[in-house]
Write a protein that binds this ligand. Structure first.
Ligand SMILES: C[S@@+](CC[C@H](N)C(=O)[O-])C[C@H]1O[C@@H](n2cnc3c(N)ncnc32)[C@H](O)[C@@H]1O
Length: 283
């Protein structure tokens, strides 16, 4: 496995993914009952935008940095921006150079009564996670294959919660099949959990079998939300990305409809940028 998220941290796909992740967490926090957040592909948790890897690709420049320099930040991104500040609270000059990965986003947003389960395959990333969350009793870090481990973590004892599946897609289209297998097992054991799956979009036709899979497997209330920063017609570059959300919270489509136009405007790479929100399956 060659993938290191440090090269991509804070890019447009991370902004999209983490802003939506926060929206899902907020929806769960509408009730005081505890819940569990499970991250099957956790990464290192925290990235230094001044580090060698981030500077080498510079992907964050057309991602989170566009938000940081935006004259007027839309209301829908205010909460995400506040979380970026919280992740950088230790910086005495108020600079924002720490980019929070999904585990840190979740840990900053979750409450004392909630719980976090993190799976990661790579040793260096797992050590980084254990160091980052040492002393945080809410967090469990597991060096395991997230696909294989997921079924053993659901249903969580809280019986409420959210699973984020955010693979590296090194296996290209075969990664979709691995996701489907893990989702099918997990949803059978825990049909009421919220599952959020991030996916890349290069060519639209590569995504269609995945979209059709949700209905074919009888999964409920599945929303597909997509941000294209360019047209979806080139296999050579990441033109956009999406999130498929099973058991999407009540009125989450309306919340996304507020957020997506602002994200598309801020992160567009060409005038062909677009966004879409579509129900793949209903009740
Ligand atoms: C896209 S990154 C995760 C980023 C993270 N979710 C975030 O938003 O900050 C994918 C991660 O999955 C890890 N990984 C790859 N295959 C895995 C597997 N089968 N199980 C668990 N982790 C895996 C990689 O080492 C990499 O750190």
């Amino acid at each position: 496995m060659n993938y290191r998220h440090a090269f991509h941290a804070g890019n447009f796909a991370d902004v999209f993914k983490h802003a939506i992740l926060l929206g899902l967490i907020d929806a769960l926090e509408a009730k005081p009952a505890p819940f569990c957040y499970i991250d099957t592909h956790a990464g290192a948790g925290r990235y230094d935008l001044r580090g060698e890897e981030a500077r080498k690709t510079g992907e964050f420049v057309d991602g989170v940095q566009r938000l940081l320099v935006a004259a007027n930040l839309p209301d829908g991104l205010r909460r995400y921006f506040d979380l970026l500040r919280a992740a950088n609270a230790d910086d005495e000059h108020g600079h924002l150079h720490v980019y929070p990965g999904s585990p840190l986003v979740a840990s900053l947003a979750l409450r004392a009564q909630d719980r976090i389960v993190l799976c990661e395959m790579q040793q260096a990333e797992t050590i980084a996670l254990k160091t980052l969350f040492a002393g945080d009793k809410r967090v469990g870090v597991h060096r395991r294959d997230g696909y294989a481990a997921l079924a053993g973590f659901v249903p969580p004892k809280e019986r409420r919660g959210l699973v984020l599946i955010d693979p590296p897609f090194e296996a290209q289209e075969a990664e979709f099949r691995a996701i489907e297998g893990a989702l099918a097992d997990a949803c059978e054991r825990w049909p009421t959990g919220i599952y959020a799956v991030w996916y890349p979009i290069k060519l639209r036709r590569q995504v269609l079998p995945f979209h059709r899979w949700f209905a074919a497997h009888g999964l409920k209330k599945t929303l597909a939300v997509e941000l294209m920063i360019d047209a979806d017609d080139s296999p050579l570059r990441l033109n956009g990305c999406g999130m498929a959300i099973v058991n999407a919270p009540w009125r989450f489509d309306a919340w996304l409809a507020q957020l997506l136009p602002d994200l598309a405007r801020l992160l567009a790479r060409s005038p062909r940028a677009s966004h879409r929100i579509e129900w793949l399956t209903a009740e």
